[in-house]
Ligand binder design. Structure first.
Ligand code: G3I
Length: 393
């Protein structure tokens, strides 16, 4: 176990011993109850799935659900290390790819529920929250949506596409009514430079109702989703709002207008694909902007939907002390901010976009990435202890 880790736990043990000197009672922390024996035992865990290992979702239980994106094979073998990891560390799950439009609705007359049915069944067995990612997206969407018939030729009309959106969303959300807690109803509809992404959805539907904005395809998706499952949380999800003020303001203005028009949007999902050198103060400033949407919908929420921390910007050895200190500090500062926004009632769900460093879209054949708190061997990185100690103190 790394020196820094022992230091953190030595400090923790010292604090614990000091405190317990005055009472035999279990140690009450602000949001979780650990006994001295439990804290000591945690230090001895080697793997994140060991019985005596700490658990991220347990430690942060009073702040937020802590989940991860998984795949059908992640939980198919209950004896696997991955199965043990995800059931120990996480209490919320989302599929990385299997609930996307191309997987769920490959052709106009065919739906594929099999894989996502398995996700729901697994999550129910764990008492875990389920996120559905995603109903409407410009990527991983089959071409048939955008043609009058088949996958080529005449483009679909606006009316045809609006009907298809309604049917697609209604059919899928109805099938999972009461089983999928939260939907990324639309994903990445804001343009990186601000305004709306000029996707096929937007090109074909445009300003369908003539009210002067072009949110129509987005509005239809949310209206259909709410009608199909009134109890599901409906999220508009996007990336780069962690640093881009322009994109954040575009998201704010779009959601504000749709909320004022009565569109049932429950919250904004920040994907949180950040870097080890992300400026947390900029993130705080953008969260403050999005939090103003509570002025229109008092129950409006923010979610962290795809957290990972890209390390490719570091050209040196990822084991360098300097890099680890920066990486750990960024994760700690991030979680401290998220805990603040949990205490303000905005954030109650944090999803990692992978279960350990070996399972990340950020890895490539050219280069490994190290985006999480759990390493490739399912062991604790020092960042894990720094982050969980925020919930232990
Ligand atoms: O299913 C095909 C398979 O049949 C084929 O043999 C294989 C090789 O070409 O490709 C497989 O599809 C891949 C798919 O993941 C399923 O594994 C696609 O090529 C690959 O591009 C796709 O990548 C996913 C990516 O979204 C697509 O944009 C990543 O796994 C997934 O982590 C990533 O997730 C997105 C979120 O949905 C939205 N936010 C950004 C995030 C990262 O890009």
């Amino acid at each position: 176990m790394k020196k820094r880790t022992l230091k953190v736990f030595a400090l923790l043990a010292a604090v614990t011993l000091l405190f317990t000197a005055c009472s035999a009672e279990p140690i009450l922390t602000e949001n979780y109850r650990y006994t001295e024996a439990e804290l000591k035992s945690m230090q001895l865990a080697e793997y994140v799935y060991d019985d005596n290992a700490p658990s991220l979702c347990d430690a942060f239980a009073d702040y937020f659900k802590v989940g991860a994106c998984i795949n059908p094979w992640t939980f198919s073998d209950t004896s696997s290390d991955e199965y043990k990891l995800i059931t120990k560390q996480f209490n919320a799950y989302v599929y990385e790819n299997s609930t996307k439009p191309d997987a769920m609705h490959p052709s106009e007359d065919r739906y594929n529920f099999a894989d996502t049915d398995k996700l729901v069944e697994f999550a129910e067995s764990q008492g875990a929250l389920v996120r559905g990612h995603t109903l409407i997206w410009h990527s991983q969407v089959p071409d048939w949506f955008f043609y009058a018939s088949g996958n080529s030729g005449e483009p679909a009309t606006a009316e045809q596409l609006m009907k298809r959106i309604d049917e697609h969303v209604t059919t899928i959300v109805t099938h999972y009514k009461g089983k999928i807690d939260t939907w990324d109803v639309v994903n990445e509809v804001i343009n990186d430079g601000g305004g709306l992404r000029f996707s096929d959805w937007l090109k074909i539907v445009g300003d369908y109702d003539g009210d002067g904005d072009k949110y129509d395809y987005i509005e239809q998706a949310f209206i259909s989703a709410r009608a199909a499952d009134p109890d599901a949380r409906l999220i508009i999800n996007d990336y780069n709002m962690e640093w881009s003020e322009q994109k954040t303001i575009s998201m704010y203005l779009a959601v504000k207008k749709m909320l004022e028009d009565g569109v049932p949007i429950d919250g904004v999902g920040l994907q949180m694909h950040i870097g080890y050198d992300t400026n947390i103060d900029t993130l705080r400033s953008n969260l403050e902007k999005l939090a103003k949407l509570r002025e229109i919908n008092p129950d409006f929420v923010l979610e962290v939907t795809e957290l990972d921390m890209n390390c490719n910007g570091w050209d040196g050895d990822p084991n360098d002390k300097e890099f680890i200190e920066k990486f750990n500090q960024t994760y700690s500062d991030l979680f401290a901010l998220l805990m603040e926004y949990s205490e303000m009632g905005f954030i109650d769900t944090i999803m990692f976009w992978g279960i350990n460093d070996a399972n990340s879209w950020l890895n490539s054949s050219e280069r490994d990435n190290y985006p999480f708190l759990i390493d490739r061997e399912n062991k604790f990185k020092s960042a894990y202890w720094d982050v969980i100690s925020l919930a232990l103190d």
